[in-house]
Write a protein that binds this ligand. Structure first.
Ligand code: ARG
Ligand code: ZN
Length: 872
């Protein structure tokens, strides 16, 4: 059934306190909850019953009110709810449930991961533990006692501070935790296992000493230093940039190998997917180090933006996620290269979020309805949500934005609030009316902005004409105009910024109506406009640049992001023309403009190496797909390959000297400059390998043999594995596996490299890997590495016209639908885009969607995505 934002009702009862006792055993867990309820004074209706959420898997052993046991006629259990009527205004409800964590394959609620108990309660996992008002606007202080066998589970953790512990006669022990900060159930966490930890400490700005502990299995203890460093940097950054301090005496992070998402910000006890917390030079690539830093920051920042101030209901998810993604992006930008971080984020937004916005699951950042909230942990809520916060930052400026943030935290500390409340704080400090701005939260779809320029030499006047539009999305046919901040500048004939009337070289234009013109006076020559600097709004902006103008912007724009973007636009236009040639059967000839532009960039010593690597990377297949009206898989794949090869041959000697000059004997460090150097070196190697010349195979093999770090080793492996040199590929893959078979995360990379191999018979290779001892069909990280990578990154094999790729994916989804609905539903994404492919592929994809639909009981997760996909 569909849940609507407009139906929101306050809870009938508030919770004063929640006491939990967990008896953990091998075959079951017994959970006793004692909850002090009081009727919500908000509610006029004194007859409203207490509605508790409880998953069907809960075995109810006992229910009592103020000590009086309830009989079956005293309550109603109906679907996911347990309803109790005729209650006093204040009472204690005690509830005992029995659950089986060892059989919980959905990885929601309390489950076991590699012999350790752990929890994932966001969004609605707590209802798999006990009966409770499992909604974010019910906040309570928690006390948790965990009892388990001491030998198997020496470490027992929950939220807050450790207040007591003891031993029992039968080899069991217990620990009691108290969390003084009221929180919703989704922030509850428990961990029990045989874990070790590293410890450090942090003194907050106001002098509070905080113990920092990161827990993992003993074998991973040497991979926690980077996370600890990142944590301390996050704590300091949040104090400096937002004035936010940590508030408990201890902050804990636990690494688990079975996890549906990246990580979870449970109060005082963050739980992380191993892939987002473990890092070691020998086993982790540079982007992995950066990911750990970003995710550790993200979860830490949630302590304020999410925990101290949380969401009223799940439609407001972006309140905490959009804001926190913005915060973690700024943190990463401050720790590394700001421009490169922006390029990476915008690339993700433009490929994946824009695709979501134009597909059947398109939804507003604050959706109006959902069937299963897990389906809304999306790029739209997270990344586009962060772009909305960034626009507020752009519109208000650093100083006012900080004032707004301070006001928001002050006003709402300890509350569960809405995105409107967030914007209101920004409106109040700036004195701005934010009514139109808020449409960003309620209207789905990617706005298009078409811009043209007009220069009148006689009056020295330059005018920008802008026109915005937004295509219909599933729940909304027509859209009102958005408030679109367009940061821009004008370049003179030498490529220098012209000083505008405001005295600045960059101005933020506010496009608020369908059509609007902006006039610039005293412009001595016809300028080249630099538009949407820093990607100041999540829109598709177009301006009729010619090739020369794009190359000019690439060389001269003072905005680093736009320099990169000009190169992208140039490459896109050339690739798109070739795609048309390919479709018409014309011979492919690469325009010299791209070769020349690449040569220019390689010789520009003023550029940061990471920037050069970004500029020299062709737009991805996924981005080219997103830009297509009809996705021609074969054309995109062949043309991109042709362009890579042609560039490689034309610039061979340049790439070789780029490679050589960026090899270094220094020992590994994940600092920004070293990461940049390695990214440029490995990019050069990838072009050299694209020439298919054997001497470069030798170069790659040398790098593989000599690398002292995973970045260089994996780059070489993946290039050889995907090359025409099949025998060398098999040899290196085998060597790599032999060396790293005991490192689960490295094995995932090994699986992913093979899954992405576009050589013929890719599906057969993937199917063989499904039965390899390295694979585990119950571990989400393995599923993502093999199945999801194959479907997203192996264009020719997944989209094979015999339909085998689609059939394979559907088979996987049918199994996972029962086992782990969240993962099953995520895997559906490539099939949901059926409408964008040729007719032959459309009918094959649709047939598989229908087969999934007819395969039996569908989880809510899969049902929602499937039905919306078929309805388009
Ligand atoms: N709040 C977590 C984070 O963004 C993600 C939790 C995801 N949970 C889910 N059921 N999808 O840091
Ligand atoms: Zn988050």
């Amino acid at each position: 059934s569909v849940i609507y934002l407009k139906d929101y009702q306050t809870p009938a009862f508030l919770v004063e306190s929640t006491a939990l006792r967990f008896e953990l055993e091998e075959e079951q867990a017994l959970v006793r909850s004692q909850v002090q309820y009081t009727r919500n004074p908000d509610s006029a209706d004194r007859l409203r019953p207490l509605i508790l959420d409880g998953h069907e898997s809960l075995e109810l052993h006992r229910l009592s009110i103020d000590g009086e046991v309830l009989n079956e006629q005293d309550y109603r259990r109906q679907g996911e709810q347990l309803i109790i009527s005729e209650l006093p205004d204040s009472f204690v409800l005690e509830c005992v449930t029995r659950i089986e964590p060892q059989n919980n394959t959905a990885l929601e609620g309390l489950y076991k991961s590699d012999g350790m108990f752990c929890t994932q309660c966001e969004a609605e996992g707590f209802r798999r533990i006990t009966f409770y008002q499992d909604r974010p606007d019910v906040m309570a202080v928690f006390e948790t006692t965990v009892v388990a066998d001491k030998q198997s589970y020496p470490v027992l953790l929950s939220n807050g501070n450790n207040v007591d512990s003891g031993e029992e006669d039968d080899g069991r022990h217990w620990v009691r935790w108290q969390d003084p900060f009221p929180k919703p159930a989704y922030l509850f966490a428990l961990v029990a296992g045989n874990l070790e930890f590293i410890e450090d400490q942090y003194t907050t700005a106001s002098g509070r000493d905080v113990v920092l502990r990161i827990f993992a299995e003993a074998k991973d203890l040497d991979k926690l230093d980077h996370a600890m460093l990142s944590l301390k940097r996050s704590m300091q950054w949040d104090e400096q940039v937002y004035g936010r301090e940590y508030d408990l005496d201890i902050f804990m992070v636990v690494a688990v190998d079975f996890f549906n998402m990246g990580a979870m910000e449970n109060k005082g006890l963050n739980i992380f997917n191993t892939s987002c917390v473990l890092a070691h030079p020998e086993t982790t690539v540079d982007t992995g180090f950066q990911r750990v830093e970003g995710v550790v920051g993200h979860e830490y920042f949630h302590n304020w933006s999410g925990n101290r101030v949380t969401c009223r209901d799940w439609f407001q998810l972006s309140l905490k996620e959009g804001f926190t993604v913005f915060r973690d992006a700024e943190f990463s930008a401050d720790m590394n290269s700001r421009t490169v971080k922006r390029i990476e984020d915008v690339t993700l937004l433009r490929t994946a979020q824009f695709a979501e916005d134009s597909g059947p699951m398109a939804h507003a950042v604050r959706p109006a309805s959902f069937i299963e909230i897990s389906n809304f942990y999306t790029l739209t809520v997270y990344e586009k949500g962060a772009e909305i916060v960034r626009m507020l930052h752009t519109l208000l400026g650093e100083h006012k934005f900080r004032q707004g943030s301070d006001l928001y935290f002050k006003r709402h500390d300890g509350q569960a609030v809405t995105t409107d409340d967030f914007v209101q704080a920004m409106a109040d400090v700036s004195g701005r009316d934010m009514t139109r701005f808020k449409l960003w939260y309620s209207q789905a779809g990617t706005p298009r902005v078409a811009v043209s320029g007009e220069y009148d030499a006689a009056s020295q006047r330059y005018t920008l004409h802008m026109r915005q539009s937004c295509s219909p999305t599933p729940e909304m046919e027509t859209k009102q105009p958005f408030l679109i901040p367009v940061a821009m500048g004008l370049l003179d004939q030498h490529g220098r910024d012209i000083t505008l009337a405001s005295g600045n070289t960059t101005e933020v234009l506010e496009l608020v109506s369908t059509e609007q013109s902006f006039v610039f006076e005293n412009i001595p020559v016809e300028p080249v406009p630099s538009l949407l600097r820093g990607f100041s709004a999540p829109v598709k902006l177009s301006f009729p640049y010619d090739q020369e103008q794009l190359v000019f912007l690439m060389q001269h724009d003072s905005d680093g992001f736009n320099r990169w973007d000009a190169a992208q636009q140039l490459a896109v236009s050339i690739l798109q023309k070739l795609i048309t040639d390919y479709q018409q059967g014309s011979p492919l000839v690469l325009d010299n403009a791209l070769i020349d532009a690449y040569r220019l960039v390689m010789s520009d010593v003023s550029l940061d190496k990471a920037m050069v690597a970004k500029v020299l990377s062709l737009p991805s297949e996924a981005y080219l797909s997103e830009l297509s009206d009809e996705i021609d898989v074969d054309a995109i794949y062949q043309v991109r390959k042709f362009v890579r090869q042609t560039l490689a041959k034309a610039l061979e000697s340049e790439f070789l000297s780029l490679y050589q000059s960026n090899c270094s004997g220094d020992s590994y460090s994940p600092d920004a400059a070293s990461v940049a150097r390695r990214s440029l070196k490995n990019l050069a190697l990838s072009y050299l390998m694209a020439t298919e010349r054997t001497e470069y195979l030798a170069l790659a093999r040398d790098q593989f043999a000599q690398a002292d770090n995973m970045t260089d080793s994996q780059a070489a492996l993946s290039l050889v594995a995907h090359s025409v040199h099949e025998q060398a590929a098999d040899e290196l893959l085998e060597q790599f596996y032999q060396r790293w078979q005991n490192e689960s995360l490295v094995v995932n990379q090994w699986l992913a490299i093979q899954a992405a191999n576009t050589r013929e018979a890719g599906l057969q290779r993937v199917e063989k890997l499904l039965t390899h001892p390295a694979y585990d069909a119950s571990n989400p990280n393995k599923i993502r590495s093999l199945v999801a990578v194959f479907c997203a990154q192996n264009l020719p094999n997944f989209h094979n016209l015999d339909g085998s790729g689609y059939r394979f994916l559907a088979d996987q989804i049918i199994v996972l639908n029962k086992q782990n609905p969240q993962i099953a539903s995520r895997l559906l994404t490539p099939l949901t885009r059926w409408k964008q492919y040729s007719e032959a592929r459309q009918s094959l994809m649709k047939a598989e969607l229908e087969r999934i639909g007819n395969s039996g009981d569908l989880s809510k997760d899969v049902y929602e995505v499937l039905s919306k996909s078929l309805a388009q």
